[in-house]
Design a protein around this ligand. Structure first.
Ligand code: 5GP
Ligand code: ZN
Length: 114
């Protein structure tokens, strides 16, 4: 399977890493949309959030990912807040088909999003 984020997760393609453990990786986005813009991914390939199931394994992995958000935001100095976004599918404007969460910060975000 040809997946750019799998290639980043397994080290075939280099990335500017912020956090890494056995299950997840956080790295800087190539085209930042805010002063801080990183992506948080499970190393395991899911096409999108829609591919995550209620299995114990998936729940553990996604719970683990979410439990590390505060570790990442603290390391990036996002004490004033941030936005965590998961673009999903066609209407969500998802371009990379490997589940990822955008973490954006260090500027005031607009609502509603475009
Ligand atoms: P999506 O549009 O799928 O929600 O977000 C994909 C994100 O991945 C975009 O913000 C894009 O800039 C980023 N991106 C795409 N290819 C690469 C890459 O090779 N390296 C990094 N660091 N970011 C990438
Ligand atoms: Zn992948």
């Amino acid at each position: 399977m040809d997946c750019i984020f799998c290639a980043i997760a397994n080290g075939e393609i280099t990335s500017n890493k912020v956090y890494e453990d056995e299950e997840i990786l956080c790295f800087h986005d190539l085209e930042p949309q805010a002063p801080v813009h990183v992506l948080i991914i499970p190393k395991k390939h899911f096409e999108s959030l829609e591919a995550v199931t209620e299995s114990a394994e998936d729940k553990e992995l996604l719970g683990h990912l979410m439990s590390k958000v505060h570790v990442i935001t603290e390391s990036l100095g996002l004490e004033n807040g941030y936005r965590l976004v998961c673009n999903t599918g066609e209407d969500g404007n998802q371009t990379v088909k490997h589940l990822h969460f955008h973490l954006l910060g260090k500027r005031k975000m607009a609502w509603p999003p475009g």
